[in-house]
Every structure is written in structure tokens, then in C-alpha cells.
Design a protein. Structure first.
Length: 257
């Protein structure tokens, strides 16, 4: 997809303890960019998220406008990468349920990615329906899916039998993706509480996967609370700088206007 594609007006980022809103500036209408975040106490429950959105509307009444494109970005829900053939065979839910904890009332979502794969995760159905009451045209994607699309389409894959492990920090979430033989073989998100967690999870996953390469991926304007460990602990072979989440989203998914 072209980098000149329409960027979403509003991105609502959801994690287990925060709701973040990122409103894109629109010079034609005089709308300024705006960001805010709200703490929540219960994982993805609609009442907590609705209270956060109501507070956001009080702080910035322009959020009540009808936006052509609104996107939810799920930051830290557990996910699994599977072959697209399971979608075609109608057995995606059965396989995903073996690896994901699907609660009653959850919606299983499968994000399309390049190279014949889908990234699956669950979101409470009530939460999705509640968000559609605010923005009827809202879409939903996992951060891992957006990152994988950008990395797999813009950077050459490693040589055969080489495992490359990507690290991305977003606020207090560590996202790790691994590729081998032109396929994604690992996708995991970790909640980070202190700097030691970053080192522990990074080293543990690198050893488990026997990674040959480590790439650090940063997203422009994304808030980061922690840092990757230094080269004495984990050697970073390449540092990749990606554009803002609004741009990444526009490259990954076409807004339905």
C-alpha cells in the first residue's frame, strides 16, 4: 500500500491498563493534533473504556465530530500467527482456541498479513460494540500485525536458516517478532514493569529462538518508558526507525471512506 494513503483521523490504542487517543491534525479544518491517555483498572472492559472516552470528549469536544477513518490498535493482547489456509478451511477458531484463552463473549479477530499468514487475537465483543457506538466506522488491528506488515514489506528477509528477532517498545509493552525462512515464527507481547523486565524477556526469547540477529525497531513519536539493554547484554545488529503509527496504519490498511 502507498505511503500516501489516507491516514486515520483518530487512533484509539488499547492495552490492559491504558486507553490512549491520538488525534491527527487537519490543517484544512483547523483541527490541531491532540493526545491523551487514561488509566483503566480492568482488562478491556467496556465500562472502563467508555469512561475514558467520555472524559476525552470533555477534554476535547472535537472528538465528537464524524471522522472518515477511526482505528483501534490493540497493543498487548496475546496473539498467535497461523497460516491463512486455516481461514480458508474454516478451522481457524478451533486451532486458535488451543493457544489463546478465549472467554465467553470474546470475538476472535484475524488480521491479514503478507506471506500467507494471519495474526489472531481476541477482543471482548462488548468492548467492540461499545466503541462502535462512539465511532460506527471504527476498525481494529493488532500492533504486531501493523509492525509485521511494515517490516516484511520494507526490509529484506535474512538468509535462509537465519533467525532475526525484532524488538519494539511502546510505552510499557515489549513487542517481539521473529522471522526465519521468510516466515514469521514468533509473535509475543510482554507487559514491562521495570528495566530488568526488558532484559529478562529479551534475553530469554533470544535464547529460546536461538536468534542470529537482533533488530531494534522504534516508532516515531511513540512514547517509551524503558530502554533496550546495552550491547554488553544483548547485541543489537540494526536499529530500524519506522514512521508514526498514523502512517504505519495507513500503509497497512486502506481507510473505508
Amino acid at each position: 500500500m502507498s505511503s500516501t494513503a489516507i491516514q486515520p483521523d483518530l487512533i484509539i490504542s488499547l492495552s490492559q491498563d491504558k486507553v490512549r487517543l491520538n488525534l491527527l491534525a487537519n490543517p484544512e479544518t483547523g483541527r490541531s493534533s491532540w493526545r491523551s491517555s487514561f488509566d483503566i483498572e480492568h482488562l478491556f472492559l467496556e465500562e472502563q473504556i467508555a469512561q475514558s472516552l467520555d472524559q476525552a470528549l470533555l477534554e476535547n469536544p472535537s472528538l465528537i465530530d464524524e471522522f472518515p477513518c477511526v482505528e483501534i490498535v490493540v497493543l498487548d493482547r496475546p496473539n498467535i500467527c497461523l497460516s491463512r489456509r486455516y481461514v480458508d478451511q474454516g478451522v481457524l477458531g478451533e486451532i486458535a482456541s488451543r493457544h489463546l484463552r478465549l472467554r465467553v463473549g470474546d470475538t476472535l479477530t484475524a488480521d491479514t498479513t503478507d506471506h500467507d499468514a494471519v495474526i489472531c487475537y481476541s477482543v471482548p465483543t462488548g468492548t467492540l460494540l461499545m466503541l462502535k457506538e462512539y465511532y460506527s466506522n471504527v476498525g481494529c488491528s493488532h500492533l504486531s500485525s501493523i509492525l509485521w506488515y511494515s517490516l516484511s514489506t520494507q526490509y529484506a528477509f535474512p538468509d535462509q536458516d537465519i533467525t532475526r528477532l525484532y524488538f519494539t517498545l511502546s510505552v510499557d509493552t515489549l513487542v517481539m517478532l521473529a522471522v526465519k525462512n521468510k516466515k514469521i515464527i514468533f509473535s509475543k507481547n510482554f507487559r514491562i514493569r521495570n528495566q530488568a523486565d526488558v532484559s529478562y524477556y529479551s534475553i530469554a526469547c533470544s535464547r529460546m529462538l536461538k536468534a542470529n540477529q537482533h533488530w531494534l525497531v522504534t516508532i516515531q513519536d511513540e512514547e517509551v518508558k524503558f530502554e533496550m539493554p546495552g550491547d554488553t547484554i544483548l547485541k543489537i545488529d540494526q536499529h530500524v526507525h519506522l514512521p508514526s503509527l498514523h502512517v504505519l496504519m495507513s500503509q497497512y490498511k486502506v481507510c473505508e471512506l
